[in-house]
Design a protein around this ligand. Structure first.
Ligand code: FMN
Length: 359
């Protein structure tokens, strides 16, 4: 049904226009307590077997919405009602910025993929903080993903992230330093251990100073060389970060992917990213074991993918593109099937299966 609606109606309209319309609809939903409550009651994960505790935070289910959909933290309660175990908002930058020129969002329907080069369009940390302070009317775990303001030179990047973290860390259940978007010039260069160390050290000080001691994670690209992945893993353990989110979108265009005109540059997400994202997860797990939490994202489409990521060592899993193609019941459906599968395998909870196939 949703597939028909998607291919026959939604896919005929400009991708970004549909996105903004959807966000607006969710904002309205977030303001309607009765309807929101009703949807939440039928779709949010409730099965105790799905509960998972990671870096001190209790998640009702392991599948969350990845960063990039709710960039301004405007519709968190609606997204929670739709069945996500947590919602990561952002990327939010210290200063408001318009993002890159349009068109900057492309659907690759045949490949169940998306290319975006949005460039952190957002209203800035101050505006997001005001939204995050609003009462939500239902329980939801909210991660806040922060990035560098485009006009800020690399030499001032640390101060820029710190400004953003100071505003948002007190309002987040966890904070993510995003150094892996391909759409802000020079951002991914911050992934070298030499540049990452001062950045993460200073942001961690800010996160650790909040009353709740906000957990801090770093989000990495799928295009890193193996040695760089290992170096970041080692650094994360050394700095006692709470976790790593892997991965962001790829700048690669794997053979066989049908790239529409204009989508040659930007980050590719969805099905073509699946194998690479899983490989990065396996490498991280082999390096860090269970010393820090791993969050796997990239090409997750169904319960089989979530299952595979958990077994490979992820405690939490995120999706974005799979949800766009899978429809509004996507997260609720996966959580329901995951609970059934846990039972079938004799597992009492998600925790029991994490890392079962890891080396
Ligand atoms: C349209 C779009 C915008 C995105 N924006 C962000 C962003 O602002 N910050 C971020 O860390 N990741 C962003 N991402 C990346 C996703 O969070 C995720 O890491 C990536 O899409 C891989 O997951 P997927 O295959 O399930 O989509 C974006 C992805 C898409 C499709």
């Amino acid at each position: 049904m949703y597939r028909l609606l998607f291919t026959q109606v939604l896919a005929r309209f400009d991708a970004e226009a549909v996105h903004h319309l959807t966000v607006r609809a969710f904002r309205v939903l977030a303001l309607l307590p009765l309807l929101k409550g009703l949807i939440h009651r039928s779709m949010a994960p409730r099965d105790p077997a799905l509960r998972i505790k990671a870096f001190g935070v209790h998640f009702p289910g392991p599948l969350g919405l990845a960063a990039g959909f709710d960039k301004d933290a405007g519709c968190v309660p609606a997204l929670a009602a739709l069945g996500f175990g947590f919602v990561e908002v952002g990327t939010i930058t210290a200063h408001a910025q318009p993002g890159n020129a349009r068109p900057r969002l492309f659907r690759l329907v045949r490949d169940r993929a998306i290319v975006n080069r949005m460039g952190f369009n957002n209203a800035g940390a101050h505006a997001a903080a005001a939204r995050l302070r609003r009462p939500r009317g239902l329980p939801v775990v909210v991660g806040v993903n922060i990035g560098k303001t485009k006009v800020v030179p690399e030499s001032e990047a640390v101060a820029d992230y710190v400004t953003c973290a100071k505003e948002l860390a007190p309002l987040a259940d966890y904070l993510v330093v995003n150094v892996s978007s391909p759409n802000t010039p020079g951002l991914r260069d911050l992934q070298t251990a030499g540049k990452l160390r001062p950045l993460l050290t200073e942001v961690k000080q800010v996160a650790a100073a909040t009353t709740r001691r906000t957990p801090l994670l770093v989000k990495i690209a799928p295009d890193l060389a193996d040695d760089d992945i290992d170096a970041i893993a080692d650094l994360a353990v050394e700095l006692e970060l709470d976790g790593i989110i892997a991965t962001n979108t790829t700048i690669e265009r794997p053979p066989g992917v049908h790239v529409p005109p204009g989508a040659e540059t930007g980050g590719l997400s969805g099905r073509p990213l699946k194998d690479r994202s899983l490989r990065v997860l396996r490498r991280l797990r082999a390096r860090v074991g269970d010393r820090i939490t791993l969050v796997s994202v990239g090409g997750v489409e169904d319960v089989d993918d979530v299952w595979e990521r958990l077994l490979a060592g992820a405690s939490l899993v995120q999706g974005y593109t799979g949800w766009i193609y899978g429809g509004p019941f996507w997260a609720a459906r996966i959580h329901r099937r995951l609970a059934m599968r846990l039972r079938r395998h004799g597992a009492k909870s998600v925790q029991d299966v994490i890392g079962r196939t890891a080396a």
